[in-house]
Design a protein around this ligand. Structure first.
Ligand SMILES: Nc1ncnc2c1ncn2[C@@H]1O[C@H](COP(=O)(O)OP(=O)(O)OP(=O)(O)O)[C@@H](O)[C@H]1O
Ligand SMILES: [Mg+2]
Length: 298
């Protein structure tokens, strides 16, 4: 363990102790490789960095880990303006100023104006031995310094509230799940500290299972035909934006609501707008003879 990466402060085994093996949930289907990466990250006490196409279940994964392990979840949605400090705490000086002018509270107690952010709350709960799942969603939305700024606190699992002198220090490692849409490369120093998983686009068998979770009573023939047609569309090389898992789930819902028959899906693409989101893709697909395509490729 490199000097200064803080891992020695809390032994990894403390995070892993007494946690059951995570294996997905009844509503979140995880492949074997994802299951093992999650369990390794938990055992090592390292943040889990998840990448993958939009709609492949990155954000939902943290929720599923929390449900599967029976731990509470805290969520931090990163925006372009988010700073690392926002995750720790904010000092609400405006409220204090207002109270000093118009209120009847004792404004000398600064602690009441300190609002812990998601990372701060995770450490505070961990201070009392409570293990939580912390989702840092879409880390690549913020500027490049953001992940680097997080490094120190994620390593040390403690921080000081400068205004009050209070130290918040975790005694167990929260399970940190970080998602990225790969809009920006993340710094090497940050990557070194994470366990990485790329959620591959599911194969047909896994997609069938995922669809069944969302549509438990869907007709077998309709689901099989929808998946075949979906795979045909995804395999078109000219597509700019391939439809994802979440779009497939919506599409199946649409097909069911409209009562579309399974055999219609061999020759047509109803509700194309649920799957295709780029004008150029819609125009290209409109010209495709699906009946021919079905014979040629499948
Ligand atoms: N493995 C899965 N099991 C069950 N449902 C899934 C799975 N993967 C994706 N889904 C469905 O797809 C939807 C989208 O998932 P989610 O929002 O987690 O994707 P994402 O990868 O975070 O997408 P984005 O990059 O756009 O934020 C979920 O609400 C869920 O309905
Ligand atoms: Mg997401």
């Amino acid at each position: 363990m490199g000097a200064g990466d803080g891992m020695s402060a809390i032994p990894p085994s403390v995070s892993a102790r007494s946690l059951p093996r995570w294996a997905g949930t009844p509503t979140y289907i995880a492949g074997e490789d994802l299951q093992s990466t999650v369990n390794v990250a938990v055992a090592l006490g390292r943040p889990l960095l998840v990448k993958g196409e939009p709609g492949t279940g990155k954000t939902l994964l943290a929720q599923a880990i929390s449900e599967g392990l029976g731990l509470p979840i805290l969520t931090w949605h990163v925006k372009s303006t988010t700073r690392a400090q926002d995750g720790l705490y904010l000092y609400d000086t405006v409220a204090r100023l207002n109270d000093s002018r118009f209120g009847d509270r004792d404004v000398r107690d600064i602690a009441q104006y300190i609002k812990l952010g998601p990372l701060g709350q995770a450490f505070e709960r961990a201070q009392n031995g409570e293990r939580v799942v912390l989702l840092i969603d879409e880390i690549d939305k913020a500027d490049l310094e953001f992940p680097n700024d997080l490094l120190h606190e994620l390593d040390a699992m403690r921080f000081v509230i400068a205004e009050t002198g209070r130290t918040v220090a975790a005694t167990v490692r929260p399970i940190v799940v970080i998602t990225s849409n790969a809009e920006k490369e993340l710094p090497d120093a940050f990557l070194r500290r994470c366990v990485f998983h790329y959620i591959e686009f599911p194969d047909e068998a896994l997609l069938t299972q995922i669809c069944r979770v969302h549509h438990p009573d869907v007709d077998d023939n309709l689901l099989a035909a929808a998946l075949r047609q979906f795979m045909r569309v995804r395999s078109l090389p000219e597509l700019r934006k391939k439809p994802s898992t979440s779009e497939l789930i919506d599409w199946v819902a649409g097909l069911r609501m409209a009562g579309i028959a399974a055999d219609k899906l061999e020759t047509a693409l109803p509700f194309a707008g649920v799957l295709l989101k780029q004008e150029r893709d819609t125009q290209k697909v409109a010209k495709i003879d699906f009946a021919k395509l079905a014979q040629r490729r499948f």
